[in-house]
Each structure stands twice: as structure tokens, then as C-alpha cells.
Design a protein around this ligand. Structure first.
Ligand code: 2IT
Length: 445
């Protein structure tokens, strides 16, 4: 594999798609050695086929706001790879959404879904629509208009979307409701649905819970335990909430959360009331965390800053891509951080990852750490297909098993000669091998 040649060809074909090119480069660097041991991959142009999405659907989303004005947004669905199973992946509503971001997410999703052990291909969708400050009716009208553009490409064995940034249970409900009307079938296409209409117990918690189970596995591997550890979390959405909930339950102390406005430092640590308050902050639709400091004395708000300047044992980026850069990584390492687990997709920049690996800081990538979310989506699909509903205990137990299986896959391919576990390498190779073998088995098509 000639990475420089592959990358310059991709850059020429897709100029300026920086997040997509970043995600591809990371995977290529990790898999090149294994790839070179398989001349049949090269002969079948596996990598050239894998880095290109199967299909991209783009559509205009027109809706009417509360003032009666016509609004236009762009909708996308990137169906990346369905070698392993039907396309599966979330939908993101955020002003920053563009094709590069959705392609990087769809690409990552393909390997992540492979790691879950469940039969799911990779996809991602979304819109540049910003939910910030929108009324409930506006959100509903937007979701319905979005579905009008996308429904024909979906189906339980074709493509099953879910939530992501800006898309939670409410938005999934509005989209699924419209989809159901259009196809005249209640076929479960969408995960993260309400419990009354096919949703799975534990799905809202699953990304954060799964991440903490993965962190527990990593700590156990080092002969360590999570009890008493201090944790910096970024973000305050669904993922940060689930992570804070489980970390606290396991006896760790979460001392930060953050938003686009800055971060909160709460030396006393989050508790049940404070974690619930995250949901209130989110539901306000204002996308800010500053009010936390007014509500909980002893905590402090740092405007325009990121939580990575704090001395903590474990850092859990839970907000968005590239939220932790090289300087942030240096600050964390200088403060003696023991472990960094990306809960957001591609939460760390390449410079940050290099810093962690060079300093032998335990670091794990999003596609391993946050796979519990989509894994539980896979469990929701199974329940829908069987027309039944599992108990929370049953789902949680399966989630546990899947996360330790992912950890084992990382170990299989990620242990370096000095004993350092390179989780990035392990996760990328394990995910890649499964997709590559599936593609080989299905022939050149
Ligand atoms: O990034 C992700 O894995 C998700 N947003 C969840 C995808 C899913 O289909 O549950």
C-alpha cells in the first residue's frame, strides 16, 4: 500500500474534505502492515473501494418556521459500506454539518459497527439545520421535511438511521412517525425510538455506559480500578450524560462538563441532581453550560475554555470531532493524565493522538470506546425483528459482553513490542479485517 499515493489521489478527488481525509489517513497508517501481508486485498483494490462511500444522497429540505417564513436546508445520507449488514448510523443536525464531516463519520461508522460483532454496515446522515433556539413545532416540521427527502432510501434491511449531535429521542420520534406514514409500515427503521413504539431500554444511556465499561476494561488491563479517579468530561449532551451517570455510579468523580460557551469545573464532583440538570440544560435549547455555575455553588464557569487544562486521572472527550488538540494533549500529559478515551467520534486531532502515544499514555479511539451506542441500536433492531422487548438487565448484560469483546479485539491487534497497548491500531485493524474479509467474500462489486 502506498499511502502517499492513495492520499494524494483522494485529496485531488475530494479537495478540502479535511475531516474525511483525516479519518482515512488514520486508518491507512494503522492497517498498512497487515494490508501488505495480504496481496489478495491489493489485487481486489479493497482499500480503494473501502474509502469511497457506496452512495451519497443529497436533498433539499424546505420547511416553514414559526414566523411563516420558508426555510431551506441541505439534507444528506452517506451510505458508506454495507458489506457486513444494512447501512446503520446516526443523523446529525448541526450548523457545521457538511459532506466532509458526514463522510468521515460514515467511514468511521463502518469500522465501529464491524467491531460491535453485530451485522451492521456503516452510514451517516444529517443536515446543516441548527436546532439551537428552535421551537418544538419547528423541530417537528423540519424532521418531517427531512424525512420526505430521505424515506425512499431507508428500510429495516436497507438503511437504519439513529440519533447523533442534535438528534435525540424527540427528533427520532418525529422522523420515524413521518417515515411510518410514508411507507405505511411500522417496520422499526430507526433506532433510539420511544419505548412505546419499538425503542430499546438502555439505548439512551448506551453510548456513555458502554464507554465506561470500555474504560473499566482498559483499567483492569493495567491492574487498576476506576474507584476514586477524577474524570474530565466535555460536552453536556446525551453521550456526556450517560458517561457521567455511569462514571459516578462506579465511584469516580466527574469534575467537568462543557458547552460551546466554555466549561464548568466542579471540584465536588457531579451527583444525581447535577447529572439530571444536564438534561434540563440540553432541553433549554440554548446550547450553553454557564447556568450550571449559578445553580450549584462551589462550581465555576470558565468562558471560552476547554476542560483539558484541568489535572485529572482520566479525560473523556464527549462533545465533537477534533475537540482535543495537540496543545490540549500536552497539557493533559504534563498534568499526569493516565488515560484518554474518546467518546466523541474522532475527538482527538492527529497531533493529540501522537502526543498520547509518544508519552505512552493509554489512549483509545471513538470507534472502540463509543461503539456501545450503535451496538445497542443493533440490539434494538434485533428486538424489533423478533417483535419483542428485552429487559434493561438483558440489554445491559449484552452491552457489557460486546464492550469486552471490542476490548479483546483491540488487544489482539494492538499490543506493541514494549507491551504498550495501541488501541487505535488494534481497533482499526480489527474493524478493517472484518470489513475486508466480508468484501472479499462478496466478490468484486
Ligand atoms: O456515532 C454513532 O455511533 C451514533 N451516532 C449512533 C449510531 C446508531 O446507529 O446508533
Amino acid at each position: 500500500m502506498d499511502i502517499n499515493k492513495l492520499m494524494s489521489e483522494l485529496e485531488a478527488k475530494h479537495p478540502g474534505e479535511k475531516e474525511y481525509l483525516q479519518a482515512v489517513r488514520e486508518v491507512l497508517l494503522c492497517v498498512q502492515d497487515v494490508y501488505n501481508q495480504h496481496p489478495e486485498f491489493e489485487r481486489n483494490k479493497i482499500i480503494e473501494r473501502m474509502v469511497e462511500p457506496d452512495r451519497i444522497v443529497t436533498f433539499r429540505v424546505t420547511w416553514i418556521d414559526d414566523k411563516g417564513e420558508v426555510q431551506n436546508n441541505i439534507g444528506y445520507r452517506v451510505q458508506f459500506n454495507n458489506a457486513i449488514g444494512p447501512y446503520k448510523g446516526g443523523i446529525r443536525f448541526h450548523a457545521s454539518v457538511n459532506l466532509s464531516i458526514l463522510k468521515f463519520l460514515g467511514f468511521e461508522q463502518t469500522f465501529k459497527n464491524a467491531l460491535t460483532t453485530l451485522p451492521m454496515g456503516g452510514a451517516k446522515g444529517g443536515s446543516d439545520f441548527s436546532p439551537r433556539g428552535k421551537s418544538d413545532r419547528e423541530i417537528m416540521r423540519f424532521c418531517q421535511a427531512f424525512m420526505l427527502g430521505l424515506w425512499k432510501n431507508l428500510g429495516p434491511d436497507r438503511d437504519v438511521p439513529a440519533g447523533d449531535i442534535g438528534v435525540g429521542g424527540r427528533e427520532v420520534g418525529y422522523m420515524y412517525g413521518m417515515y411510518k406514514r410514508l411507507v405505511n409500515q411500522h417496520d422499526g427503521t430507526f433506532t433510539g425510538k420511544g419505548l412505546e413504539f419499538g425503542g430499546s431500554l438502555i439505548r439512551p444511556e448506551a453510548t456513555g455506559f458502554g464507554a465506561l465499561y470500555f474504560v473499566q476494561s482498559m483499567l483492569k488491563e493495567k491492574g487498576d480500578d476506576i474507584k476514586g479517579k477524577t474524570i474530565a468530561i466535555s460536552g453536556f449532551g446525551n453521550v456526556a450524560w450517560g458517561a457521567a451517570l455511569k462514571a459516578t455510579e462506579l465511584g469516580a468523580k466527574v469534575v467537568t462538563i462543557s458547552g460551546p460557551d466554555g466549561y464548568i469545573y466542579d471540584p465536588a464532583g457531579l451527583d444525581a441532581e447535577k447529572i439530571n440538570y444536564m438534561l434540563e440544560l440540553r432541553a433549554s435549547g440554548n446550547d450553553v453550560v454557564a447556568p450550571y455555575a449559578d445553580k450549584f455553588p462551589g462550581s465555576e464557569f470558565f468562558a471560552g475554555k476547554k476542560p483539558w487544562e484541568r489535572k485529572v486521572d482520566i479525560a473523556l472527550p464527549c462533545a465533537t470531532q477534533n475537540e482535543l488538540n495537540g496543545d490540549d494533549a500536552k497539557a493533559l500529559v504534563a498534568n499526569g493524565v493516565e488515560m484518554v478515551a474518546e467518546v466523541s467520534n474522532m475527538g482527538c486531532t492527529p497531533e493529540a493522538i501522537d502526543t498520547f502515544i509518544a508519552s505512552r499514555t493509554t489512549y483509545a479511539p471513538g470507534k472502540a470506546v463509543n461503539a456501545g451506542g450503535v451496538a445497542t441500536s443493533g440490539l434494538e433492531m434485533s428486538q424489533n425483528a423478533m417483535h419483542l422487548q428485552w429487559s434493561a438487565e438483558e440489554v445491559d448484560q449484552k452491552l457489557h459482553t460486546i464492550m469486552s469483546d471490542i476490548h479483546a479485539q483491540c488487544l489482539k491487534y494492538g499490543v506493541e513490542s514494549d507491551g504498550y497497548i495501541n488501541y487505535m491500531k488494534g481497533a482499526n485493524i480489527a474493524g478493517f479485517m472484518k470489513v475486508a474479509h466480508a468484501m472479499m467474500g462478496e466478490g468484486v462489486c
